[in-house]
Design a protein around this ligand. Sequence first.
Ligand code: SF4
Length: 316
Amino acid sequence: MGQSHGAKETHPVLAKPLATVRPEQLFEVVEAIVKVQRDHGRRDDRKYSRMKYLVEAWGLERFRAEVERYVGYALPEARALEWLSGDDHLGWHPQGDGKLFFGLFVENGRVKENLRAAIREVVERFAPEVRLTAQQNLLFVGIDPSDQAALEAIFRDHGVALPGTLPLVVQNAMACPALPTCGLAITESERVMPQVIRQIDALLDRLGLKDGPIPHVRMTGCPNGCARPYSAEVGLVGRSLNSYTLYLGGSPLGTRLGEVYLDNVGREEIAARLEPVLEAYKRERREGEAFGDYCHRVGVKALQERFSDREASYGR
Ligand code: SF4
């Protein structure tokens, strides 16, 4: 996903299917892919050393042929992929063997204080398998149904919000660690997202938009894009101290890249700058249409033009 400010040729890219391999082939194929990158990827400039630029320069077919040369056989064609859901399995679910698993929402992946104490107590008492999800949440696996109430009580007693008790836009959101954890951060992300996302939630409430699809919002503290902001319906990428580039038009499942809608948006202005677009979405959306899909259909450039007068008042 990563790109670099000031290096115009760098850009986010979505992955493309290369091959569908059998489980026993997986390791050697991955090893060959890494070797192709090691031997042919750019080494002269770190900004361009990502594998996606080699794939772009060569095309996927040449890249595949080189991987085949390393493994010594033809790779099977990639089966078409279709993503039907981005559900992170929060709450209780049967796991097929009489036991249950419990998905816990972890705001921006931050495990601290009361949450850390609650997780420790759950793990010590019930010894579940603990899995991390790609949206920074936790799954506690192998819970006996008779322990369901006791496990929930532990989280409740520590003041941890249970799934379903937080606004959906909060549960759908994600931010990277950024300051003070990440040495590459330009702006805040994880530490300010709780306020920013609640301002967006209040805006959705005020506009009467909480009954339909709720947008996925992602924030990062620099253009490396660790929280996948470029494929989110609303992406916020750290630009300079306290200001962000605002992307719109990604898909709810992260299968399409968004486009830059505004640059240098102050942190306190994020909700206000989204407001005209959300108002237009409310008026013009089709039945069940997600916010990102609406922005993509209407066109991010067209939205820029439509609201340029209103944007001029920000003087940027
Ligand atoms: S996106 Fe966030 S976590 Fe990733 S390098 Fe940038 S500041 Fe660090």
